[in-house]
Design a protein around this ligand. Structure first.
Ligand code: HEC
Length: 202
């Protein structure tokens, strides 16, 4: 028992010490080190498929959000949206999406009635993967859009879609700098807090 008690104390002290180290001087927990790398292109300017988007910051999901007013059977596909961690951190601090921001849109087919679930839908088969990138050094309008195709045989690289396919809807309808922040609960409060700050003093 004595030995066990000692071990518990050592473990507790260890946790306290690492908490102190993480918090630093400001008293705010330091963000873990995140390095996902800038967008990479091949010699023809096609985007190389960013790897490990599943480890990025998950900003929100939608089901059956229709872009063109058409009706979809059932709940429609699930859309999961992620942002590169470095871009998330900058957005939180400045209210602006920095250059080299990357966002992923991963589509999943709806599935249902798999035991023990009786009702409702969950995300079934991974269907399709798209990315957006903000990079004025490569694209005159800043944002460019890419599709890596179906999940069963994802392409390794993709050329940007023509402006009229993707950009034009994003620039017109998205709440903040081409990004549909209005649909992402993790980014919405950040946009709101920064837009309050930007209001002119009365
Ligand atoms: C008619 C409007 C429309 C068009 C056209 C469109 N999108 Fe989107 N896009 C949306 C909406 C609405 C969302 C919000 C998230 C969702 O789909 O659930 C979104 C979200 C995204 C996101 C997540 C990041 C963000 O900007 O919010 C990516 C990546 C994306 N779209 C890629 C594309 C690509 C690639 C194309 C072209 C093949 C495209 N989109 C065409 C409306 C559009």
């Amino acid at each position: 028992m004595r030995t066990l008690g000692y071990t518990v104390i050592v473990v507790v002290l260890g946790i306290v010490a690492s908490g102190v180290a993480l918090r630093g001087r400001s008293g705010v927990a330091a963000a873990p080190a995140m390095h996902t790398g800038d967008p990479q292109y091949d010699s023809a300017g096609a985007l190389l498929r960013p790897k490990d988007f599943e480890t990025w910051v998950f900003v929100g999901a939608s089901t059956g959000l229709s872009y063109n007013g058409g009706q979809v059977p059932g709940p429609g596909e699930f859309h999961n949206v992620y942002i590169r961690p470095e871009s998330y951190k900058a957005y939180r601090e400045t209210g602006k999406f920095p250059e080299k921001t990357m966002m992923a849109l991963a589509l999943y087919q709806p599935a249902e009635k798999v035991a023990p679930g009786h009702a409702g839908y969950f995300e079934g088969q991974f269907d399709e993967l798209n990315f957006s990138v903000k990079d004025h050094a490569h694209f005159p309008e800043g944002w460019a859009y890419f599709g890596f195709g179906e999940a069963s045989h994802l392409k390794e690289s993709a050329k940007a879609f023509p402006k009229s396919d993707c950009y034009s809807c994003h620039v017109k309808n998205a709440a903040d700098d081409n990004v549909f922040v209005q649909f992402y609960p993790i980014l919405r409060p950040i946009m709101e807090s920064h837009s309050h700050r930007k209001e002119p003093a009365r």
